[in-house]
Each structure stands twice: as C-alpha cells, then as structure tokens.
Write a new protein. Sequence first.
Lengths: 90, 645
Amino acid sequence: MDKKDFHVSKVSCSAEPLIYDDSKCIGCNRCAEACMADVLVPDTEKGKHPVVMYPGECWYCGACVMDCPVEGALRLVHPLMNRAKFVPVK
Amino acid sequence: MKEYVWPYSNELGERTVDSADVLVLGGGLAGCYAAIAAARHGKSVILVEKGATRRSGSAGTGFDHWESACTNPCSKISPKEMAEAYVDEQDHYSNGIGHYIECREGYDRLLDMESFGGKIRDTEDEFKGAEFRDDETKLMFAYDYTNCYTLRVWGSTFKPALRKELQRLGVKVYDRVEATALLTSVVDGKKRGIGAMGMNVRTGRFMVFRAKATILTMSRPARVWLFDSDMPGICEFRPPQSIGSGHAMGWRAGVEFTMMEKSVRAEMSSAIRSFPPYGAGNNHNTWYGATMVDARGVEIPYLDRDGNELKDVSQRFHPAPGQKFFLKGGVIDEPKYDYRGPETMSFDKLMERGYKLPFYADLSRMPALERKAIWGMMVGEEGKTKIPILQNYTQRGFDPEKHMLQSYGTGWTSAQFLDQERQLFGAPGGIITDWDLKTNIDGIYAAGDQLFASDCAGHACATGYYAGRKAAAAADSMDFIEPSETDIQAEIDRLYRPVMNDRGYGWKELNKAISRAMQNYCGGIKCEENLREGLDLLESYRNEIVPNLHCENPHDLMRTHEVMDILDVATMILHACLMRESSSAPLCFDRSDCPEMDPERDRCFITIRQENGIPVRGVIPHDYFGDLEEEYEKRNQDYINNGRR
C-alpha cells in the first residue's frame, strides 16, 4: 500500500464542549488518553493542552475531567440548548 | 483553516499479527468480564477496544444501579421468579438465557468487582439508617425496598478497577484498535470463527488476531435513524463509537440475529430533541421515586397499580397490597398489571385535573437520605452525571434543598420524538445464541449489548463473564487455523480505500443520507414497497458512494468504517422488517400492508442471517430456552461447585 501523509484540522461545531484554563493545565494529556471518542489530539508542543479537534464528537461523559490531575484546568459544558432550568422551590 | 501535525506515527501498510486462545472484541463491561473469565480459566486472552478500556463503553464513567441481583443476601426474589417475570412481561420476546444468567450470577460479579477495588456497598456509613440500606451488609437498594433485588452501586469506580484486573491477569489489551471484521474458515464442512481483523485508529496499522474462540461484546447499533452532523457525539444515548460494528461484522460473517425488525420511537437524543440523560427533572430510573410538582408547586400524586393515591414517599418503594414484587428498570416501560409498580398519575389525567406545566422534580420535599441517594449518589455515579450534571449544576448554583429542576416533555426522556425518529431501545434485537452464548457459528460467542433483548450493566457483566468461561472451555478442543490471505487482502482493500482516495464523500454525508433513508422507508409505519425502496437506495449507496468515500487520517477513517457498518446494519433491519408479514405490539412493529396484530402463526422469533450475500429467514419458537433453572443447572455444575468462578 502507498504511504499517504495524514492531515488534520479542527472540525467546526456550534458548541464548545471543553474549555481549558491555560494557566492551570500542565499539558499531561491524561484527558486525551481518557477520551473514548478520541476527540482530543495532543499538541505537538510539549506542555500545551490537547487540541479539541473533534468537538462535535464529544459524548459529554466527563471522563477527561475525571482524570484531570489539576482542579479547574478543564471544564466540560453542555451545549446551550441543553441547559436545563432550575428555580427556587415553592 | 489551520492544519495541525498528526501527533501519532503513520503506520499505513504495516501489519501486526497476534494470537490468543480467546479473543474479546469490545472493552466495555461485558468484554472486560469476558476476558477476566477466560484468563481465570487459564487461557491466553486478547481484548480489542476502540477507545481506552479504562473509561470506555456505555458505562465508562459509571452507572448507578445494578438490576436483578437476585442472589444477594437480602433479595426475596429467586433468579427463576425474576427471569420468568421478565419473559412474561416482555410477551416472550425475551432473552430468557441472558436474563437468567443476570439474575443467577450477577451478584457473583458484584463480589468480583468488590475484590477488584470497585465500591458496591456503603462502607463509609453515609446512608446509615436509610430505609433502602441493609445495615448488616451495608448494601443499598433501588426501586423495590421490600424485595431488595436491585442494588445502588458506585459505578464510577468500576471500569478503572476492571482495567487493573485485566492487567493483573495478563490479558493483552489493544486499546485504540477497532475490530472491523471476523475471520472465519470452513472446517469439516462447517463454518468456524478463527479470529478477527482491525485497525489502530491513531496510526492506521492493520491488525490480524488469530484465536480459538472469539467473543463479540460490542454495542447495539445506533445512528441508524438519528443523525446530527453538528453534534454526532450526542445524537444517540450510547457513546458515538458504539454504533453496532459487532452486529455489522456478525452480519457479514453469517451470524444469526433476531428481533431486528423491532425499533421504537426514539427516547434519547440530546443533539436532536431531548436534554442530557438524568439532567432534567423526572422521576424515572436514576431519579425513581423523586417528588414531582407542577408550575404552582402542587405535588403530583403517585398511585399504586390499582389507582390508589400513595400517602408518603416510602410507599413509592414498596409493592401494592397483595402484590409480591414490582418491576422497574432500564427495559421496563409500562409493565403489565402483575408487575406494575408505583407511578405518578398519567399526564392526561393531570391535565384533566388542572395541573399546570411545566413540571419540576422537587427533591427538597423528600427525606434527607432519599434526596442524597438521588442527588449526589445516583446522580454522580450514573454514567455522564458526575461531571456534566452533578458538578456543573452545583457550580451553576443548584441546591436540591432549595431548587427544583424543570421537566421537559412528559417523562424521563425529556422530549417527544416523531414516529419516524426511531432507535434500538427497550430490549432491541440482536444476536441469538444457545445456552453457551455461542452463536450459530462455532467458535463465535456473544454477550452484553450484542445479545437480543439485552438489559443493563448487570446483564452485560454477567453474560460477559459467562461467555468468557464457555469460550475458554471450547478453546480447549480447538486449534488455531491460519486465516486466508485472500480474506485479509479483501479487508485491507475495504478498510483503506477512503484514505487512498484523493477526494470524495465524507462519512457525515453518508450517515445523514442513511438516516434520512431509514426515516423515509422504515419509519413508524412500514410496508413492503417502502422497505424495498429503502433497500434499493441503500444498495445504490453501497455501489456508488462507498467506493468514493474519502478521509485524511486514521481517526476519520474509523468514523468512515463506522458508517459503512451502519449501512450494513440498516440493510439487515430492512430485510428483517420484510420477513415479518404481520404487525406486532410487543415489537412496536406496524406493517400497513399486514395490519393483523400478533397472529398466532407469527408469535415466534424470526431470525435472519446472511449466506452468500442472500438474507436467510429462520423461525425459532418463543421459550426455546426451556425451563430456565433446570437448563442452566444442567450446564453449569462446574461453576456452581467450584466457588462460582
């Protein structure tokens, strides 16, 4: 089989499921290793957080945040349309 | 658009060949337990998982209750009683074998889990004194507190514990490898499974696995009717990579399926209509027993099966007077009178009586330990709740003592779908097996979600383990058989064509077209002409589009393979629908050209398999599995007498 180069660029999505805090992330890539859908691709620059390459393929399970060693370095947020409402009890 | 460097090696054109006595395809709960069983029985084992076993599968981030653990010390229901109740409740379109294994061996698997480091009881005494807790064993129960057969568990601890145990037992785990096809050979005139093929989804390396016995433990099909190209990750209930590849490769290899004509009006798709599972106000499943109120704050009454209003929260968790036990759980929707448990008044009656929308779940009105069991334990341990629901809602300020959570639609699904938006939910079709969980092909076994009428996590673990031990026993009398290089080359050609094409169709376009075709030709109402139109259209996709698919890296190639599998599964479903020439209430199956409902002649399992490219119809009577207890005990004396391992 011929060797072909691989290409990848970020796929656009109307939602942003994962938000990194650059000041806290240590670039350990544990989130990328935990993700079963493989939506995160390690940055080739050491110490940087992975690229959310396939945001639309996120299952919103939270495995990445569960395995993150630094609290607050990574946040998972549901798409806006899925934000359920709560109100004070009556 | 910025292009990134692919960070993994490029291994296109490279091949790994590996062998083991037992090969397990799929590293969710069922696959992990299958591998553990085979390894405990002294076999070399390979497990192949498309994600990363530590957190992959439908229960990767957890699950909150384990159904039908009838041999736990507090259960008042026997495995036989429970499994027979399921068979009756499901009008005999039921996997008696799988259910009985779940009821009989499920608790053994929980004890295994505890020994691996998973949490199955309230060891910290957080819930001491709660009605749902047995203070001696510290086990906690859900649904029916009188009979104690379903346990609340800390499922977020389970997958990492299983991963460690696999390592301890020396199981060779191939993470990030998708299984793509079964390898078969004909031995003495009979087809036999001899392994499988696959691809590393990061490097593109081709994999060949030789095995004496192979176990299919992947998921039921998904994205057949429902697709959203913006958020494909949440257009189904199960994870995006769990799309039924095991069914597709089984179909291509000639494995026999049943009930594939069954589909239900969709219940869960948070890309399309519903809210995140367990993340909106409701009183089902994880939230069972929650107090519901209307817009004015007026409490919605719970009724027993006779329509009597229940006076307090505790009564929601006990059978009605004169009833031994009730059924609740993942595959039970509206049970028959015999098994019907407490439920809130019907939506129509509430409207008649002037209750006002929207409704809310109001946990503040419940006893503190009941509230804490739902919000904090169950919501927290159930998959997809620890971070996305419990943590996020808490950060947004939700306090279950002070707030009530809005409900959407009329039930736990938090949405109303259209009739043509269908899903394989509520005990769908799948592989039919014998009492060894062996398929119609020697050397190929199935467990968990790939079995027809499969159930929840406990079912996956129990049937996985059972298949693992039966496959291990079978491997003793099998030899390795060398796969044919022609078969291997054909698979290589099939798999790598999209990455070799310089341009072409993307996987999303094909998935969208298949789901549109299935909504149009295999929706709520079916008829022969429409089903044949559907087959014709899918065939044109197979001939014209599949050879012209295109992608740029192994990740997209994996997604492309998934859609090629969806095409095969959709084809099987259309054929299965043609084979049932009547309508059926339990199968949610309406044929406008065959409106007769459940005629005696068709009260059976219609099976389907592919032989030389032609779909073959078979018939198997209901209850083919015989007396569940007797048949199980005939075949499992070794297990019963050897410490249930």
